[in-house]
Design a binder for this molecule. Structure first.
Ligand code: SF4
Length: 76
């Protein structure tokens, strides 16, 4: 069971360049849509360590991860 439900993930899609690095790190949580921009998938997704690795992999730092229970920012 993944951790995606425990975190709130926001992507600044305007800036996304569609390189897919986040998808490589956490393919059950992120995917590229028809516009070649990253979206967050529904469902349990990947474990938190992979979600954070995906956020860190983004060259534009446009993936924001928060603890959905506490609102604490986990990345960046
Ligand atoms: S790593 Fe960043 S720029 Fe690349 S697809 Fe994911 S959100 Fe977009």
């Amino acid at each position: 069971m993944g951790d995606a439900a425990k975190v709130k993930i926001c992507i600044d899609r305007e800036q996304c360049i569609g390189d897919g690095l986040c998808v490589n790190e956490a393919p059950e949580t992120f995917e590229l849509d028809d516009d070649q921009k990253a979206v967050v998938l529904d469902g349990p997704g990947n474990d938190l360590e992979y979600i954070l690795a995906a956020a860190k992999s983004c060259p534009l730092d446009i993936i924001v991860v928060e603890d959905s229970a506490t609102g604490k920012k986990l990345y960046p």
